[in-house]
Design a binder for this molecule. Sequence first.
Ligand SMILES: Nc1ncnc2c1ncn2[C@@H]1O[C@H](COP(=O)(O)OP(=O)(O)OP(=O)(O)O)[C@@H](O)[C@H]1O
Ligand SMILES: O=P(O)(O)OC[C@H]1O[C@H](OP(=O)(O)OP(=O)(O)O)[C@H](O)[C@@H]1O
Length: 210
Amino acid sequence: MRDLTIAMPKGRIFEEAVELLRRSGYQLPPEFEASRKLIIEVPEENLRFILAKPMDVPTYVEHGVADLGIAGKDVMLEEERDVYELLDLKISACYLAVAGLPGARLNEVAPKIATKYPNVASTYFREQGEQVEIIKLNGSIELAPLIGLADRIVDIVSTGRTLKENGLVETERIVEITSRLIVNPVSYRMKDERIEEMVNRLTDVIEQND
Ligand SMILES: Nc1ncnc2c1ncn2[C@@H]1O[C@H](COP(=O)(O)OP(=O)(O)OP(=O)(O)O)[C@@H](O)[C@H]1O
Ligand SMILES: O=P(O)(O)OC[C@H]1O[C@H](OP(=O)(O)OP(=O)(O)O)[C@H](O)[C@@H]1O
């Protein structure tokens, strides 16, 4: 049986993704989560996992060094990589939203928008017919309006706690996010049977969850 290489996102999606794979019948060793290794071989399952930054997962899959990957829809929209989306895994749900300080003036000319998602934000405001200046940040996005770096932000909201505790309010909801199973187009052709099997097994578990 041919090996499959799967690019896994380190961080908050990881545990849910591992649980989903285990429930789909893949025997992943207990040390899987605890390890600091970036390549984990699971020969019993003919699987190899690489552990990447969430934003980089589609890059590994596009270049074919991973056959499959798990990536948030936010990452897919931002990165626009040449990969296929096979399945909505329905894990790590959150959404992208616009937020700002309450009562902030909305009629400013070219307001500044701080975000980790410059492509998603540019597309969104272009579609709204609004001219904005995008400021790319790598984290702590909610800080930007508080300190005067930006007028508004585009960021992930999950519980809403970060916005609330920083006195920010959501003004527009852009898109709902869940994690996706993605595939390299060549792998999809060459390893179709194994990939189809994984998709079927995952689909059964996802449907049970619904
Ligand atoms: N509350 C949340 N905040 C951010 N991302 C979330 C949240 N809930 C689910 N997600 C999903 O998790 C992914 C981000 O995971 P994580 O926060 O571990 O990575 P990261 O933001 O790249 O982390 P890092 O701080 O290491 O840069 C997102 O792409 C999104 O799909
Ligand atoms: O609605 P909530 O449940 O509060 O979650 C949303 C927050 O979580 C994420 O930040 P993260 O913890 O990844 O830190 P970061 O700012 O360093 O990206 C995201 O960027 C928001 O700030």
